[in-house]
Structures are given as structure tokens and as C-alpha cells.
Ligand binder design. Structure first.
Ligand code: DOR
Ligand code: ZN
Length: 344
């Protein structure tokens, strides 16, 4: 297949940042996607509907002229979030989910929840008003092996939430293991998962191929090949429980190429091309559109987008880096040539 026309996709998990890095992220995401679920883990986390309104306005003002991109906002769940804040978020019409970061799990997660059971009144309110819980599914106990943290989280935390709140819509974000796929498959239709392009294309060997590769370091960390294959099977299965969420997370080059480099892979510059590569690798391009453009929208109760994008076989070289006023970002597969090219 050399050409594919599919309904315009949504990115249901992205980091757009703030300030001068935001313009680059918004320019790239709005070139391919109609809508995106925007993560709230700014250095000052987005913990209230008022903050989300202001952040949304800043994003809207950085959309390039002529594009019609809609940021779908999220709130950051903290130990202080109240049911009243959940009602305000739902009532706003622009907040689409609440993000749960276990405190200390990843970038800017220090304000995350220390004891989720103390927030059950908040989850009850979310369940009642139909606001989904978006979950970073890793335990933070440093004595648990980093490659096991997703599975331990599912067994010790997530299974309880799902049992306690059967009506709550839950999205297990950026899943990385066959255990996560088995869990999501075993749950009701209220439980779904996003899958990133980099977790479909890389395994943990790619962190160390020919030397340490800081631009492949993300959280949850890449897992072994058997898990990658399980993710590819889930994404290409045609199950509406799995949909596109890039987790594209730009960081300035120097903060990744450092003695203590931060987590995040930047894929927004060619997200659809990367997903097309993954689906093509198992002969499943006919299943791409459901994953990129139908299932996520349906789970969030959104109408399908009206426009279309075209993927064509037209080799393109990824640049080595993107400049922005504060520095440079090294994109996923920098300097490599991709088979696919996505145009609107
Ligand atoms: O690798 C990651 N980077 N994982 C996350 O959960 C957060 C993200 C970021 O914000 O940089
Ligand atoms: Zn993320």
C-alpha cells in the first residue's frame, strides 16, 4: 500500500509544555491532529479549572494561523483536589479528564497523589459526572524493579480502583507491558488504554544500542521485546479499548543529554508516520484509522473529526534537531529517513 486516506486523528495524550517550548509543540501537533488531550504536569501543575482556562488560552494563542486545533484540557489530581473542583471542571465544558500521577512517578509529579484511597470522594464525583481518570500506572516504591513498576501498580492499585468504581471511565496511559494489555482486556468497556508510537517501535535494547541513548529514555521505561509485541498486537487488534496517545514530551537537549537526564520522547513532528510504520510492520494498515481516529473519540464521547489526512509513501528525512528560543529539541529518529509522509 502506497497511499492511505484516513479521518483526521486525535492525540489523546500529549505534553504541550508552556512558554517558548509550547509554540514548537503546538505547531507540530496541529499539523496532523484535530484535537489533543493536554497533560497538566507543568512546572506549576494545572490543579484547577481556573488554571486550565488560562493554560488553554495560552495554547490557543500559539496555534499557527489557518489551523483549527482544539486543546482538550485536564486537571492534575493532588492530595487537595475536592469534589467541588471536579464539578467545576465538568461544568466548564473544556476539561476532559483528571490525571493521576503517583507522587514522584515522573517529570513534574511532585504534587501528585500520595494516598489515592484518601481521594475516593473525588473519584466518586468523577464517576458520577462522567469525567475520566487518566492514570500514570507505575508504583513509585524505589525498591520495586523499574521494569516491574507497571505490573505492580496494576495489581496493587488499579485493580482496586476499577473494582471500587465500576462506572468510572479509566484510561491507563502509555501502556508498556503484556500485563497491562491482559488487564485492560479483562476489564469492562469503561477501561481503555493509550499506546505511544515509541513503545510500539522500540524495546529496552534500544536504550543501550551502541551506548546509552538518552533520547529513548521515557517513563514508563521501554520493556523487553515480548511486551512490545503484545502492544503491537493490542494496537492492531481492532479493539476499541486501545487508541493513540503519543505522550510526546519535549525536553531541551541538554536536560536529556546529562548525567541525570530527564524522561520523555518527542514524536509530534512525525507521529502519524511512526504509527504507520508500526502498523505496516505487521501488515495492519487497514486497522490504523480505528486506532488513530475513531476509538479514542468514542471513549471520550466526542464526535469524529470531519477532515482527513493522507499518508503517502514518500521518504522524508527527520532533521537532527528543532530550534526554539530556549534551545533545541532532539526529535525521535533524528537524522533517519522515514518511508511515510503525512499531509492534510
Ligand atoms: O517520559 C515521560 N515524560 N513520561 C511521563 O510520564 C512524563 C513525560 C514528561 O512530561 O516529560
Ligand atoms: Zn505523559
Amino acid at each position: 500500500m502506497n497511499e492511505l486516506i484516513i479521518r483526521q486523528p486525535d492525540d489523546l495524550h500529549i505534553h504541550l509544555r508552556d512558554g517558548d517550548l509550547m509554540s514548537l509543540a503546538v505547531e507540530h501537533v496541529s499539523a496532523q491532529f484535530q484535537r489533543a488531550i493536554v497533560m497538566p504536569n507543568l512546572s506549576l501543575p494545572v490543579v484547577s479549572t481556573t488554571m486550565a482556562a488560562k493554560y488553554r488560552a495560552r495554547i490557543l494563542s500559539s496555534i499557527p494561523a489557518g489551523r483549527t486545533f482544539s486543546p482538550l484540557m485536564t486537571l492534575y489530581l493532588t492530595d487537595r483536589t475536592t469534589p467541588a473542583e471536579i464539578r467545576a471542571a465538568k461544568g466548564s465544558g473544556f476539561v476532559y479528564g483528571v490525571k493521576y500521577y503517583p507522587a514522584g512517578a515522573t517529570t513534574n509529579s511532585d504534587s501528585g497523589v500520595t494516598d489515592l484511597s484518601a481521594r475516593y470522594n473525588v473519584l466518586a464525583e468523577m464517576s458520577k459526572c462522567g469525567l475520566p481518570l487518566l492514570v500514570h500506572g507505575e508504583v513509585t516504591d524505589k525498591s520495586v524493579d523499574i521494569f516491574d513498576r507497571e505490573k505492580v501498580f496494576i495489581d496493587s492499585v488499579l485493580s482496586k480502583i476499577v473494582t471500587e468504581f465500576p462506572e468510572l471511565k479509566v484510561i491507563l496511559e502509555h501502556i508498556t507491558t503484556s500485563d497491562a494489555v491482559d488487564f485492560v482486556d479483562s476489564c469492562s468497556e469503561n477501561v481503555a488504554a493509550t499506546i505511544t508510537a515509541h513503545h510500539l517501535l522500540l524495546n529496552r535494547n534500544d536504550l543501550f544500542k551502541g551506548g546509552i541513548k538518552p533520547h529513548h529514555y521515557c517513563l514508563p521505561i521501554l520493556k523487553r521485546e515480548t511486551h512490545r509485541l503484545a502492544l503491537v498486537r493490542a494496537a492492531t487488534s481492532g479493539s476499541p479499548k486501545y487508541f493513540l496517545g503519543t505522550d510526546s514530551a519535549p525536553h531541551e537537549k541538554g536536560t536529556k543529554e546529562a548525567a541525570c537526564g530527564c524522561a520523555g520522547v518527542y514524536t509530534s513532528h512525525a507521529a502519524m508516520e511512526f504509527y504507520a510504520m508500526a502498523f505496516e510492520s505487521v501488515g495492519a494498515l487497514d486497522r490504523l484509522e480505528g486506532f488513530t481516529s475513531h476509538y479514542g473519540a468514542k471513549f471520550y464521547g466526542l464526535p469524529l473529526n470531519e477532515g482527513y489526512v493522507k499518508l503517502i509513501k514518500n521518504p522524508q528525512k527527520i532533521v537532527d534537531q528543532y530550534s526554539y528560543p530556549g534551545g533545541v529539541v532532539v526529535p525521535f529518529k533524528a537524522g533517519e529517513t522515514l518511508d511515510w509522509c503525512c499531509t492534510t
